[in-house]
Design a protein around this ligand. Structure first.
Ligand code: SF4
Length: 394
């Protein structure tokens, strides 16, 4: 991506292998997948089924569920069955922690993907000192032994695994060998990838999340560089952990995820905000739409308004949006005036533009179609869209 001409406005996505998670594919040139995680107790089977369904219905394509015990693993089996019987088979991911390899093996039978955190495969005692190569390797062997049955099970069932490294929970030996750095995160992921590859398992997705945006961005970039050197093509799951809530949580997530996507890095995203998971989904889709990676809603181009504005722009934008937001695929511009020409409307399909006090002009592309009184503006815009056969009833 670095040698691209500066005039190139297309996002060239990094080539990755396709990894199937149920009926959804991550990587392989497929659209960037939106995912999230329910926060119900997995033991609450009906509550979890309802939460997964709620998320799926609003566009969450893969849903993650935590599995801290064997009882939770069994509950997830029931959740899966209920979903299939009462709704549809939503691709499910189980979040499994170490010391729970039996749990992982059980849950691997019921879900489409298992997420493990390499930082939780801890065999070393905190010793606060450097590791010799022999000590380092010895622990690596233990990790391999522990991980192998899960890898084999997922491989034989054609299921997937996410190697989900978190900056906040790097294994001690990685910390002492590579530091509390993106390098430590990347090496941790690579160690697990190598184990999987040695067992001929490549349905892997990698994540390297951190709650600090610069750390997260650096970790993903370094991972891509290392994978390129090693000729690995695993898809990446992007996210900023613990982003918080509200406006800042959304901006922080976007600040981490968007620059990577803009460089073609990333095959699935999760926005982690401290609000109900349903709130994450529109943020994911907005990021993807803003970057032109997925178009799932009307794109509104609107000027910020200024002293020249000929109508109440905020109010009109709301009215236009309320009337047209169900028309996926269109670009609609709402501009306070036409002082800088129709080009300012970024080649929107339709334009609603202040013409003179009390009147607006409607545009189709760059062509001015008609002048109408402001009070009829929204109705006339709808009529124009209808005349073009691009209207569907809400
Ligand atoms: Fe002001 Fe017109 Fe520009 Fe809107 S389009 S900001 S009203 S000059």
């Amino acid at each position: 991506t670095t040698n691209r001409p500066l005039t190139d406005t297309t996002i060239h996505r990094r080539k990755t292998r396709p990894v199937k998670v149920g009926n959804i594919t991550i990587g392989g040139g497929y659209p960037v997948v939106v995912q999230s995680m329910i926060n119900e107790d997995t033991l609450d089977i009906d509550g979890s089924v309802a939460a997964i369904r709620r998320l799926h219905e609003i566009g969450c394509e893969i849903v993650r569920v935590t599995v801290p015990s064997m009882a939770h693993a069994k509950a997830l089996a029931e959740i899966k069955q209920k979903l299939v019987a009462t709704y549809q088979p939503v691709p499910l991911v189980a979040d499994v922690h170490h010391n729970g390899m039996k749990i992982a093996l059980e849950v691997a039978k019921h879900v489409d993907k298992v997420r493990i955190n390499p930082g939780l495969y801890v065999f070393e005692k905190a010793k606060n000192t450097e590791y010799s190569q022999a000590e380092f390797d010895e622990i690596g062997d233990k990790i391999r032994e522990t991980l192998e049955p899960l890898v084999v099970s997922l491989r034989d069932q054609g299921k997937a695994m996410r190697i989900g490294v978190n900056h906040g929970s790097l294994a001690e030996r990685m910390l002492f060998t590579y530091g509390d750095t993106p390098k430590g995160m990347v090496e941790s992921a690579l160690e697990f990838i190598r184990i999987c590859e040695s067992l001929d398992f490549r349905n892997i997705v990698i994540s390297l999340k951190a709650s600090r945006v610069p750390v997260m961005v650096a970790a993903y970039r370094l991972m891509v560089q290392r994978m390129d050197e090693l000729k690995m093509d695993y898809p990446l799951h992007l996210g900023v952990t613990e982003a918080g809530d509200g406006e800042y949580g959304r901006i922080k997530s976007t600040a981490g995820i968007a620059p990577l996507l803009a460089d073609g890095i990333g095959d699935t995203i999760r926005v982690s905000i401290t609000e109900s998971p349903e709130k994450e989904i529109p943020v994911c889709y907005s990021i993807l739409q803003a970057l032109g990676l997925r178009k799932t809603m009307v794109e509104y181009v609107a000027c910020p308004s200024c002293g020249r504005t000929l109508f109440n722009l905020e109010e009109v934008l709301h009215k236009v949006r309320d009337a047209t937001k169900h028309l996926t695929g269109l670009d609609i511009a709402v501009m306070g005036c036409i002082v800088n020409g129709p080009g300012e409307m970024a080649d929107a399909d339709y334009g609603y533009v202040g013409k003179q006090p009390g009147f607006i002009s409607l545009y189709r592309g760059r062509e001015e179609i008609k002048k109408v009184p402001e009070s009829e503006g929204v109705t006339e815009l709808i009529n124009l869209i209808k005349a073009d056969d691009r209207w569907i009833d809400p």
